[in-house]
Unconditional design. Sequence first.
Length: 256
Amino acid sequence: MGAGGFAGSIRDLVVDPVTNRAFWIDISQSAIRVADITSTSGVVTFENTANFLLLNTSSNAFALEIDLLNRKLYWTAPGDGEIVRTDIDVSTPVADPIITGEYQCQGLGLDPENGKLYYVRDITSSEIRIANLDGSSNNMLIDSSSLGFADFTEVTVDDVNDRIYFTYFLTGIGQIWTADLGGSAASRQMIIDNLENPRGIDVDGDGGFVYYADAGVSGNIGKAELDGSNKVNIITGLDAPLNVALRLQSFGIEVK
């Protein structure tokens, strides 16, 4: 990434292929920031970096997602117990809390075509929850008590193949699981095992791959086919990578 020196404060990042911009959570600025993306000889740089929206300084955001269909950004604010959204294509964005009272909400995934959002809440036990994009009809989908009381951190949606993928961590063992969009017990399947500390995940449903950031000592960015086969590390030796974002229009990967 360009603009050297700021990458260490990035919590999460998403790409808007329509305007060729990146949005990210900057914990040092307590802001969602935005920049134009340029790429020269495979080197990605951010130009015209600016604050897009200042956040509540009492609680930095954790996860950021983009709804390309409805042109909105969504993020989780664990300390405030909120999931918030705003319009992208406006000069003065306004934060709109759509879910409140959900403290320790973490990972976030969107399914705009079906009008749903998924998120991880981690209080007594980890849960994957589902709601409408406006925050209504909020229900638990998967409780970690059914999976050995593991910690869930991230969830993402494969809207091509109608699946969700989520990270799982228990007693030093990291895994990636998948389930159908309804989270049914029969559909739940562990597809990737023996990770150090899986965090961010993203899916290329058309290409047939899941990508993940493993924030353990080895600091790997890995990928595998959607059933977990042919797992390979494509980047190694990073300092605790927390997320990975796909920029499929130019066949690129952003790492945070």
